[in-house]
Write a protein that binds this ligand. Structure first.
Ligand code: NCD
Length: 301
């Protein structure tokens, strides 16, 4: 692995190796030393968890980070190209973590620079490090990645986390239920991939009808910033709200995951139930991102 751009680039073995490595790091069995490493965190789009957990991961490994948040104070304002900006930052640092609004930009970045590039979200396309921390959270709560029944709820069209997650899960024979407003369905190319891999999936309207069958429910925010017409957002906002009442007869192993930030799609009365796992999920992001840095910077031994 030289870069981490899309879940499609990772084999099942590479995914499982990252799970094992994150576990070793979390339990303290392995303490990689990154004290000679400097990571660049380049965020053209807003971020809380991804940015903080990548910075935390590098610092906990003994390394350091430099961060670009937005373009307001950079030479992008003077007309510098994306490629020149990246080539410059690559002169100073050992690895680039990048988030932009433009699909394909992380792949392009990896072609421009010689150091490893990690995609921290490229528009509505992919968010592979989130998918890996989601899988790690699934292993920790279910004891396995194999043969799980999972409901995926919310904005399946623009949500990059669900695109990466579904691709990642397709190596582990899941049964998937997709629930979204009709204009925000899972893109056809993802569904085609699932058909090709013989993964069972169903597009449904009413999550309550199948909630008792689920091992996991992965809830996402409607991606307001990707709508060109604000009125279209107004029509679909609040279409899926999960509350405590709906969880009365769920399976005992059932967990609710969410990449966060949440707006209103999970009522706060769910937070105190044994089913809420989204904040622990965010914490798992640090261990997984430590594993990703360790793998890409070649310090796994
Ligand atoms: C997600 C993202 O940026 O795609 N957030 C995250 O990284 N945890 C989800 C979202 O913004 O809704």
């Amino acid at each position: 692995m030289k870069n981490l751009i899309s879940m499609r680039d990772l084999s099942k073995k590479e995914i499982l190796d990252l799970m094992k490595l994150a576990e070793k790091i979390e339990t303290g069995k392995l303490k990689p030393d990154m004290s000679d490493k400097l990571g660049a965190l380049i965020f053209y789009e807003p971020s809380t968890r991804t940015q903080f957990s990548f910075a935390t991961a590098m610092k906990r490994l003994g390394g350091q980070t430099v961060t670009m948040r937005g373009t307001g104070s950079t030479s992008v304002k003077k007309g510098e190209s994306f490629a020149d900006t990246l080539q410059t930052i690559a002169q100073y640092t050992d690895i680039i973590v990048i988030r932009t609004a433009v699909e394909g930009s992380a792949r392009y970045a990896s072609e421009v620079v010689d150091i490893p590039v990690v995609n921290a979200g490229d528009g509505a396309n992919q968010h592979p490090t989130q998918a890996l921390l989601d899988l790690y959270s699934i292993v920790k709560t279910q004891g396995t990645l194999e043969n799980l029944t999972i409901g995926v709820v919310g904005d399946l069209k623009f949500g990059r986390t669900v695109h990466s997650l579904v691709q990642a899960l397709s190596d582990f024979n899941p049964k998937l239920y997709f629930a979204s407003p009709s204009h925000l369905k899972m893109p056809p190319y993802i569904l085609d991939d699932l058909r090709e891999k013989n993964i069972e999936f169903e597009e449904i309207r009413d999550i309550e009808k199948i909630i008792d069958k689920l091992d996991l429910m992965y809830v996402t925010r409607i991606q307001k910033e990707r709508f060109t017409d604000p009125e279209d957002y107004e029509k679909v906002k609040g279409s899926y709200i999960i509350n405590k009442n709906m969880l009365k007869s769920v399976k005992s192993n059932f967990k609710v995951l969410h990449p966060l930030p949440r707006v209103d799609e999970i009522a706060t009365d769910v937070d105190d139930t044994p089913y809420a796992y989204y904040f622990q999920q965010a914490k798992n992001g640090v261990f997984m991102r430590q594993a990703i840095f360790t793998t890409l910077l070649g310090s796994a031994e």
